[in-house]
Design a protein around this ligand. Structure first.
Ligand SMILES: [Fe+2]
Length: 285
């Protein structure tokens, strides 16, 4: 039994397509998808089409991530103040480009899922965790150990941190396949993993798939996301070019500048002039 495990595509359809091609040659019995499929890169509707294609071709288990939850909340009319700015412009662009059927699909996804395949140990699938869709399960941290003590399943597959992780604790195993779309580490490489049931345990093979960075850049420059997303899409391009997650770094620096200048800010309302200053400092623009 061999399963492909993918997370955090973030609408990088070039990277996602490269993974799907690799999977097609890898004798896979099923696919686990761990959330954050959309936002950050252009054309989210094409990402949903790729997922639906996988559903037709393979047995799939799919959970939602925090990005999907944001879009569902927005569609439910929760007032989140989205405008075309660096902090939320990418989400607003994503919302405007999704079709109603895409939103219905996202709404249908569970926050967690238990995979029970005869002859294997059950797997728990989450994006962050069941108790917090944005929980960061890094290896060897207290919250991770606490969470691992709570789960019934001995194997937990999670995403969200964008870090490929294998962590054993108290007889349980935490596996994070890394990020398909905004991977940390190698330049223009899509991360995912294959797990295989061998000799009474799930064994993991981490993969890094190279893809066409020029095609990735063109995808942005042919899209209105470049105008609507403020500095955020520029952070994403540089992240993929360098294998460093620049978005949170730029956001943090913009926040620090805003506070320094006495602006009463929280992360959600930092004016773009602070983002620009931060992006210049960090070499993003
Ligand atoms: Fe996430």
């Amino acid at each position: 039994m061999r399963l492909a495990v993918l997370s955090d595509v973030h609408s990088n359809n070039v990277a996602f397509s490269a993974c799907i091609e690799d999977i097609s040659k890898s004798f896979i019995d099923g696919i686990c998808l761990l959330g954050d499929y959309i936002s950050d890169c252009p054309n989210p509707q094409a990402t949903i089409d790729l997922i639906k294609g996988l559903k037709k071709d393979y047995k799939t288990w799919i959970v939602k991530g925090n990005r999907e939850q944001y879009l569902i909340n927005h569609d439910n009319g929760i007032d989140d103040g989205w405008t075309y700015c660096s902090y939320k412009g990418s989400l607003l662009y994503t919302y405007e480009n999704l079709r109603q059927e895409d939103l219905d699909f996202l709404r249908s996804l569970p926050i967690s899922c238990s995979v029970n395949i005869e002859g294997t140990d059950p797997l728990l699938l989450v994006h962050g965790s069941q108790r917090n869709i944005k929980e960061l399960l890094y290896e060897d941290t207290q919250n991770t150990r606490e969470y691992m003590d709570l789960t019934q399943e001995n194997y937990i597959l999670c995403g969200h941190t964008h870090r490929q992780t294998y962590y054993e604790y108290n007889g349980k195993v935490l596996i994070n396949p890394g990020s398909v779309g905004v991977a940390i580490g190698k330049v223009a490489t899509a991360h995912y993993c294959i797990i295989e049931w061998i000799e009474d345990r799930w064994q993991v093979e981490y993969r890094g798939i190279s893809y066409d960075i020029d095609k990735f850049r063109r995808m942005f420059h042919n899209s209105s996301l470049m105008e609507k997303g403020g500095l955020w899409p520029k952070c994403i391009i540089k992240s993929v070019e360098e294998g460093i997650n620049w978005g949170p770094l730029c956001s943090k620096r913009a926040y620090d500048y805003a506070i320094e200048e006495g602006f009463e800010a929280d992360y959600k309302n930092i004016p773009d002039r602070y983002w620009e200053k931060a992006a210049r400092d960090l070499g993003i623009i």
